[in-house]
Ligand binder design. Structure first.
Ligand code: ZN
Length: 324
């Protein structure tokens, strides 16, 4: 898989251009509140600023996070009204939908099936938090015959899911009532949502109230310790205003255990880190990586990617945990 296939450069750069403008428009005059490390609660150390947001790194667990933060309602307004959020949800998504279905969602549905079976929860009702266009839900239903409930706060996306015949709860997870979900054992899933959370404490507290003993939560998110983010740092395109938390394999465990979850598995099966570095060579200052990318063969790069993923150093992280 190549970055270009799921994130064509011209579309992604246009989204990032709009996002930089929206950062000023929607947050330029926002009030800000300092936050501690969202994983372990330690005081972070400032590492850089980008688009008017200040980023801190936790000296204890290396979580990278935005602090101080604008209030949550400013983000709701941004997601509902901004040009960049609309561009991402319409133009970007529409033009990449089929490639993403093929390259991302179909394999992801297979992965969900594999993971849930592995942990003996394959028959559980599946709830997709932030289900977007419902593509994972469609693919999972097609693959397993098991219906999926989508939790999706955007009315436009919720309507698209309903038109596909999916069961939808049109709400932020933080406001979902247990009665709106299927009864019985549940497997909650969420993909590329966790890095967006304004307050992961509120999210996880709410999630635990919706979970019963034995229920599982399987999610993917960005690891800030991933090699492309570490090398590119503030030049990384993953560092953009929608992303507030970059946990890592160590810190996400601390976070979940603090909330009483049993962590079953954390890994980083990413496939794009080296390709992302290759596509951003001019932004890299580190001599080793510059010269590696200038001289390595495709085969060498693939072997490095496999090693990075295997060692937990990719920026794409999978996490599965269970309510004891
Ligand atoms: Zn920390």
């Amino acid at each position: 898989m190549r970055e270009e296939e799921i994130r064509p450069r011209n579309l992604f750069d246009e989204y990032l251009r709009l996002a930089a403008l929206d950062a000023e428009k929607y947050f330029g005059r926002s009030s800000r509140r300092s936050v501690l490390c969202p994983a372990c609660g330690a005081q972070g150390e400032r590492v850089f600023s980008k688009h008017g947001f200040s980023y801190e790194e936790c000296p204890v667990c290396q979580t990278l996070f935005v602090s101080p933060r604008p209030p949550a309602p400013d983000f709701f307004r941004y997601y509902q009204k901004s040009d960049s959020a609309r561009f991402f949800a319409t133009t970007f998504y529409r033009e990449t939908a089929e490639a993403r279905r093929e390259k991302l969602w179909r394999p992801k549905a297979a992965k969900v099936k594999e993971v849930l079976q592995k942990y003996g929860v394959g028959q559980y009702a599946v709830i997709d938090i932030g289900g977007g266009y419902g593509i994972l839900a469609e693919e999972y239903e097609r693959l397993t015959g098991t219906p999926v409930t989508v939790i999706e706060p955007s009315s436009t996306l919720a309507e698209i899911c309903r038109q596909k015949g999916l069961s939808v709860v049109e709400e932020f997870l933080e406001r979902v009532d247990g009665g709106q979900l299927p009864a019985g054992p549940k497997a909650f899933v969420s993909f590329e949502l966790f890095e967006h959370l304004h307050d992961s404490e509120v999210f996880l507290r709410q999630l635990t109230t919706l979970m019963q003993s034995g229920d599982v939560f399987f999610f993917t998110t960005l690891s800030g310790m991933g090699v492309d983010i570490q090398v590119l740092w503030e030049e990384s395109k993953s560092i953009s205003l929608q992303h507030l938390n970059f946990f890592n394999p160590k810190s996400v465990r601390m976070l979940l255990e603090r909330h009483g979850f049993r962590v079953l598995h954390v890994d980083t099966p990413g496939r794009l880190d080296i390709d992302i570095l290759y596509n951003n060579q001019t932004r890299i200052t580190d001599r080793f990586w510059r010269n590696f990318l200038a001289s390595a063969t495709q085969e060498e790069m693939q072997r490095w990617q496999d090693f990075v993923a295997d060692q937990g150093r990719s920026s794409h992280m999978h996490v599965i945990c269970q309510r004891p």
